[in-house]
Design a protein around this ligand. Structure first.
Ligand code: C5P
Length: 236
């Protein structure tokens, strides 16, 4: 049986904590996400280390710079084994093209793909950054741009899965902001349960605190995974 489509966000300050969590969770999930905190702390060598567990690593670097710089950064991340790397779609098509090229070169034939972040879930008023459109319209525009740049997928909130699916059905939809029923929402505003997000068309769920802060993270991951696999039904 395939593993549940969960990428656990290892939002910890130290490599030791990330390693401990990943080791206990590896049997229950598809892979792991490391973000800016671990990249700025222990650094990219942790990607290669975590890869030893045999699971893909999603590097949430949210790159946004001139194409040449992003290409070079993506190449470095590809060379240490990142399976997915995020960039901001707002960086433009040339920047996303450069990221795709750099990552593929660094990965040297290993599977690797760029995921484009459309609108951060923490933003709720785009006028303050000079964008007059509603969020859904901006997500629509940036998803179309990302698709034309050859990225593998987009990161979107559960609320925007339908928009992304309509604009670019072939892109992978990676969805954070997941909370199983009865679990604390923390700072996430637009949450969905794992089953609802999968029903809407999410391909991979990014889940952090609902697993990592549970009294028994491995048990929580197994339970959430079971709910997803049961919700899919036979043949799902
Ligand atoms: O703990 P929680 O499940 O809320 O963690 C969600 C993870 O997904 C965090 O690492 C957060 O940075 C990330 N994320 C997000 N919203 C986005 C992109 C990434 O919550 N739009």
């Amino acid at each position: 049986m395939s593993r549940p489509p969960i990428l656990v966000a290892l939002d910890t300050p130290t490599a030791g904590e990330a390693r401990g969590l990943a080791t206990s969770l590896a049997p229950h999930v598809t892979g792991f996400k490391i973000g800016l905190e671990l990249l700025m702390g222990p650094g990219p060598s942790l990607i290669a280390e975590l890869r030893e567990l045999g699971r893909p690593i999603f590097v949430d670097a949210k790159l946004h710079d001139i194409p040449n710089t992003v290409e070079a950064a993506a190449r470095q991340l590809g060379s240490v084994g990142a399976r997915w790397v995020t960039v901001h779609a707002a960086g433009g098509r040339a920047m996303m093209d450069a990221a795709v090229t750099g990552l593929a070169e660094g990965a040297e034939g290993e599977q690797a793909g760029i995921l484009a972040v459309t609108v951060l879930t923490s933003l709720d008023d785009l006028t303050e950054i000079g964008v007059g459109d509603m969020i859904a319209e901006q997500v629509r525009r940036l998803t179309g741009l990302a698709a034309s740049a050859g990225v593998e997928g987009v990161v979107c909130s559960a609320r925007e899965i339908g928009v992304c699916r309509a604009v670019a059905p072939d892109l992978l939809r990676v969805v954070p902001g997941i909370r199983p029923g009865g679990v604390e929402h923390h700072d996430q505003a637009r949450v969905a349960t794992p089953e609802a997000a999968i029903d809407e068309g999410a391909d991979l769920l990014v889940i952090g605190r609902a697993i990592t802060l549970a009294p028994d993270p491995a048990e929580a991951a197994a339970r959430i995974g079971q709910t997803i696999l049961e919700g899919r039904g036979p043949g799902g």
